[in-house]
Design a protein around this ligand. Structure first.
Ligand code: SF4
Ligand code: SF4
Ligand code: SF4
Length: 409
């Protein structure tokens, strides 16, 4: 007989869909906020105020567990969707051997350690398209599909492998590779809220274990102690004896916690007038030339004309055309961008008018749209051959725009 989907799962999937549409980059923002705290702590960067982003998820994860992973993460939602599609096609799903699964789960700590050492501590510059997360972010909105370039990158290839993995093994990326999942697993280890499953009330069916999204061997435990648990409550729904229980009804707890986290995240990214609301470090730095733009334009002998340049935005490159007339910038036109419209439009009007009126790229990023702001500033600097370090990519992009490719357009 076909089992009906529970109200808990219906609401969970609705919240997952809403989070995917409204906050597809939330997991990247949270990870960046942790990176910025870490790099500030070890003195690699200056302190960035991103406490609201941290507060949006960590206190709840520490106290109650990984609701973010079960309800709000777009990447996790993609994993659930792929697994659902797979279950319709592959009738006998792959079951990873319990011991192998247990060992592979340590891989994500290795991934996290490599990122912390090489990208965060040693600050080795990496192109944003090396990250499968970034490539996923670029294509999680319709506007991202205007260019397919990032699909043919290292990150695009990794994303393809992850998609295949998620198709074959439930929550493949979450279980084995996710560095943010590794952090959540560490902080949720001592959580207060644990699902109960008293063994003496149990049969030998192991249906709860078979349904666990994260492959936790529930049959061994009287309560869910594993830090892999993402509070999806599929084990609660699976038990025919109603022997798997939560202190508060899952539908109430899951909904309240997810909406609470989403609300704080919304406030931290869109409403408060603080710096760095989209989870990225603050304005970049001009590393060489600090003259006014007109000085730079004149000293570099720019002729009147249009110069093109690119910078790294939230979802890949932003391309601009910079018009120079009489030794001044008179216009900046955005040629292409994959950033979310809500963020990009806020950045665009303010940054462009600030650069033109100040005749300088030393302008403040727009709160709530720092990724896009820094990307536009970098693109203008790039067009005019000014060395600029964009905190989005952490690698200075030396100007090469149209000028380096043989003159004006
Ligand atoms: S483990 Fe990582 S990818 Fe999976 S849901 Fe959690 S944060 Fe998202
Ligand atoms: S133990 Fe239950 S709530 Fe936790 S991940 Fe497994 S199925 Fe989901
Ligand atoms: S599904 Fe229920 S009865 Fe079966 S093993 Fe799990 S808790 Fe026990």
């Amino acid at each position: 007989m076909k089992k009906k989907i529970s109200i808990t799962q219906i609401i969970r999937h609705i919240i997952q869909l809403g989070a995917f549409l409204l906050f597809p980059g939330m997991f990247i923002s949270i990870f960046m906020a942790i990176r910025n705290l870490y790099t500030a702590a070890i003195g690699v960067s200056t302190y960035q105020n991103q406490w609201l982003l941290i507060l949006a998820v960590f206190p709840i994860t520490i106290l109650l567990g990984r609701f973010f992973c079960g309800y709000l993460c777009a990447f996790g939602a993609m994993g659930d969707l792929l697994w659902w599609i797979s279950s319709k096609i592959i009738k006998k799903p792959i079951r990873v051997n319990e011991k192998v699964d247990c060992i592979l789960k340590y891989l994500k700590y290795v991934v996290l350690a490599l990122i912390v050492i090489f990208a965060w501590t040693l600050a080795i510059p990496m192109d944003s398209t090396y990250s499968p997360w970034n490539v996923f972010g670029m294509y999680s909105t319709l506007s991202g599909w205007s260019s397919l370039k990032a699909l043919f990158s290292v990150g695009g290839l990794l994303l393809l492998l992850i998609i295949i993995g998620c198709f074959l093994i439930e929550r493949f990326f979450c279980r084995y590779l996710c560095p943010l999942g590794a952090i959540f697993a560490m902080v949720s280890r001592f959580r207060l809220h644990r699902i109960k499953k008293p063994g003496d009330e149990c049969g030998a069916c192991r249906m709860c274990t078979g349904k666990c999204s994260m492959g936790i061997p529930l049959y061994k435990e009287d309560r869910v102690n594993s830090s892999e648990c993402i509070n999806c409550y599929r084990c609660v729904d699976a038990c025919p004896r109603k022997n798997v229980t939560s202190a508060l009804p899952p539908v109430v707890l899951g909904t309240a916690v997810a909406l609470g986290m989403a609300g704080i995240y919304y406030v931290s990214t869109l409403s408060l007038p603080t710096e760095n609301k989209d989870g990225v470090s603050g304005p970049g730095t001009i590393t060489e030339n600090t003259d006014s733009l007109s000085d730079i334009i004149n000293s570099n002998n720019y002729q009147d004309g249009v110069y093109t340049g690119t910078g790294s935005g939230f979802r890949g490159d932003i391309a601009v055309e910079v018009t120079v007339e009489g030794g001044q910038i008179t216009a900046i036109t955005v040629v292409s961008s994959n950033d979310d419209k809500q963020f990009f439009d806020r950045a665009k009007s303010s940054i462009i008018s600030d650069i033109i009126s100040n005749q300088s790229v030393e302008v403040d990023a727009v709160s709530g749209a720092t990724f896009s702001s820094n990307g536009i500033i970098e693109a203008v600097a790039n067009a005019l051959d000014i060395s600029y370090t964009n905190p989005n990519s952490e690698s200075p992009k030396r100007g090469h725009g149209n000028k380096g490719k043989g003159g004006q357009k």
